[in-house]
Ligand binder design. Structure first.
Ligand code: PLP
Length: 439
């Protein structure tokens, strides 16, 4: 049996986190439940958090941090938001799961469909992975076609066909990017660079009548945040419509984040299907996919495309989601915009003064600070960023009590719990961290 001598730890700043990580590595692969948490992208030992309140996180050693990760996106209202907590507690008192339909699903589905006019019907699932995986299955079932197009550097969860990335010549044959994904599966996934319409045209042309779906994060955030060039998303819409290909917007991150109605509201583009997650569950495991009713009606039990889930539409998660969505008002987005723009403007100016090559890509309250001399418009330009410099920045920020994503290729998020007086504090600490970077 493992014994944790918590009281005997040295009075190091992160001694208990370090000790827990040692134990975790014996118990779980890499010591984590999800890979990027292991700090592989920045080095050092990961921090074990014990609580969060508002815009702050506290670790198991009692250190507290300004949180610019927000659990990778869900916590748009910050940690332990009182209304969300109350909704979860109330729901839990009534029982945690029944394996039946509940009123909470209707309430949340209505809230979502009011905000996303393209979603006529939706299905709740438990993770973004499930949402994207099933949206692809639905597209294949609806079209009778096998292939799909995804973007280089686009992440849609870890289902097999979406883990494929291109090798050279990847327009016709995908290459698996994880052990365990077969060549056959990867071969049906065509990978193109983001912001490159010509590549999409060529992929559709070379595979005419065979492409079931094009799946895209309309604002990619998993190669770091990348901004769609003017007209790009509109043109994806036209190309997919013309070729009978189903357009899937993966708004697991951008949904409710960049606007109540997500990137599709911001850019005025109507996809056939949309994947949602993260904010949708208010910090509990919940996701959904939805869209045109004629497509959604192909799902079991009304149609032949199978999908199911023991905990799908869980009552605690739908309660947390509804309590979150109800609090997202126009002024919330104004406040988020102000906080994020103040922080990123201060950092960009500071970088210029210090002579640090930095590109800040931001949409609303999500952004990435790329240590890069050139603008970042796709996965290739993102990969050219100086990850070693980012790692220095990450650790310097941590020493100043700001928790950034432990990888150059992820997004920072602010929550509405970061109040105006604290925004300047966070910006100052990031500036101080920037000044510690050595080239
Ligand atoms: N889609 C996008 C755009 C994501 O960012 C993620 C996760 O980060 C997923 C899908 C997968 O979601 P989950 O981690 O809930 O399976």
């Amino acid at each position: 049996m493992k014994w944790l001598p918590l009281t005997k730890l040295k009075a190091e700043r992160r001694g208990r986190s370090g000790r827990l990580f040692e134990l975790a590595q014996d118990l779980m692969p890499g010591g984590v439940s999800s890979p990027v948490r292991a700090f592989g992208g920045v080095g050092g030992s990961p921090i074990f958090m014990s609580s969060g309140l508002g815009a702050r996180l506290t670790d198991v050693d009692g250190n507290s941090y300004w949180d610019l990760v927000g659990s990778w996106g869900p916590l748009i209202l910050g940690h332990a938001n009182p209304q969300v907590v109350e909704a979860i507690v109330k729901a839990a008192r009534r029982g945690s799961t029944f394996g039946t339909s509940t009123e909470g699903e209707i309430e949340l589905a209505q809230l979502v469909e009011d905000r996303f006019p393209s979603i006529e019907k939706l299905r709740f699932v438990s993770s973004g992975t499930e949402a994207a995986m099933t949206a692809i299955r639905l597209a294949r079932g609806a079209t009778g076609r096998a292939k799909l197009i995804k973007m280089d550097g686009g992440y849609h969860g870890h289902s097999d066909s979406l883990l494929a990335a291109a090798g050279s010549g990847g327009l016709t044959f995908g290459v698996p990017s994880s052990a365990g994904v077969t060549q056959g599966t990867a071969a049906d996934t065509l990978v193109v660079p983001f912001n490159d319409l010509g590549a999409v045209e060529r992929a559709l042309e070379a595979n005419r009548g065979q492409v079931a779906a094009l799946i895209v994060e309309p604002i990619p955030a998993n190669m770091g945040v990348v901004i769609p060039e003017p007209g790009y998303l509109q043109n994806l819409r036209s190309l997919t419509s013309a070729s009978g290909t189903i357009l899937i917007f993966d708004e697991v991150i951008s949904g409710f984040r960049v606007a109540a109605g997500g990137a599709q509201e911001l850019y005025g583009v109507v996809p056939d299907l949309t994947c949602l997650g993260k904010i949708l569950g208010g910090g509990l495991p919940l996701a959904a996919f939805g869209g045109r009713a004629d497509l959604m009606n192909l799902l079991a039990p009304s149609g032949p495309v199978y999908q199911a889930g023991t905990l799908s539409g869980n009552p605690l998660a739908t309660a947390a989601g509804a309590a979150t969505l109800r609090q997202l008002r126009p002024q919330t987005y104004q406040q988020l915009e102000l906080a994020a723009s103040s922080i990123t403007a201060a950092v960009a100016t500071g970088a210029e003064q210090l002579g640090v090559n930095l590109q800040v890509n931001r949409v609303g309250s999500m952004w990435t600070m790329f240590f890069n001399g050139e603008s970042v418009r796709d996965a290739n330009t993102a990969r050219a960023s100086d990850s070693a410099q980012y790692a220095q920045f990450f650790h310097a920020a941590l020493a100043s009590d700001v928790y950034l994503p432990p990888s150059q290729f992820e997004a920072c998020f602010v929550s509405s719990a970061l109040l105006p007086p604290d925004v300047g504090w966070v910006a100052d600490r990031l500036l101080a961290a920037l000044s510690k970077i050595r080239s």
